[in-house]
Design a protein around this ligand. Structure first.
Ligand SMILES: [Zn+2]
Length: 262
């Protein structure tokens, strides 16, 4: 079986505090050999890097500030992200981006926070791990001028339709697919988009503990975990008319290349 890599999970989330080791064991048993922990704030990014440093074979992390936390972003936050970026376990800047779905921070604060992180990513030449909800157009407008200076970008937890996918792909972005794709109601646009993503631009993620696939077997716990990644893989493969093995091979190769994993 081809090793899978979960490009986005929140392993530092408090819901994993008590049984993180068991969660990682189950992931490994399910064929998920490596996981990239998402950094969502200065403190969470430091915690993610600390977890990754303790288990380099299985873990890497990102360093950044989620748009929800944009209002907390400061010069000190930028310094933390820069110093984390120098560590070998930190493989991307983010998650950063725009989330106009809930606007926990104002759109202006979100834009400033994203610009600052694109600047850092360009300086340190790490790829950007992007988050976008209900802000596709605004995100494209802000990121496109920075493209020539960026090492790469992945739109994590992509939930849009074919048109949005097309624009991101034209920007050179990779697209991270989560269990959102398993939802036949709200995931319809994404299910169409997944059929047209080139095999060399696709990555897989669970976004655990969030986004438990809606069609998960009865009795699946509410809390999502990385062991569910093969479930996402099978859904993506079915939609694309490919074997899970072929999709896994492509996604894992993309992920290793993009994040510079061994
Ligand atoms: Zn996100």
């Amino acid at each position: 079986m081809i090793e899978l890599i979960d490009i986005g999970l929140n392993l530092g989330h408090r819901s994993f505090e008590k049984d993180r080791a068991a969660v990682m064991e189950r992931a490994q048993a399910a064929g998920v050999g490596h996981m990239i922990i998402t950094g969502t704030s200065a403190a969470a990014s430091e915690a993610a890097a600390a977890l990754a440093r303790d288990d380099r074979a299985r873990l890497s992390s990102t360093a950044g500030t989620h748009p929800h936390h944009a209002k907390e972003f400061s010069g000190a936050t930028a310094e933390t992200i820069r110093s984390l970026a120098a560590r070998e376990e930190v493989v991307a800047i983010g998650e950063c981006g725009l989330d106009f779905n809930r606007n926990f921070s104002t759109p202006d604060d979100q834009r400033a926070c994203l610009r600052a992180q694109l600047e850092i990513a360009a300086d340190v030449q790490l790829p950007v791990f992007l988050h976008e909800r209900d802000a596709h157009e605004a995100l494209c407008e802000l990121v496109e001028p920075a493209l020539p200076r960026l090492a790469g970008l992945v739109v994590h937890c992509f939930t849009g339709g074919p048109e949005q996918a097309e624009r991101y792909l034209a920007m050179g972005a990779y697209l991270g697919i989560t269990g959102w794709v398993c939802d036949e109601r709200r995931g319809q646009a994404l299910r169409e988009a997944v059929t047209m993503i080139p095999g060399d631009r696709l990555m897989l993620e669970t976004d655990a503990p969030f986004l438990t696939p809606r069609d998960a077997p009865k009795g699946t716990p509410r809390r999502n975990e990385p062991a569910m990644l093969p479930h996402v893989l099978r859904a993506v493969a079915k939609l694309r008319g490919q074997t899970p093995e072929a999709v896994a091979a492509a996604a894992t190769a993309n992920t290793r290349r993009f994040f510079g994993l061994a």
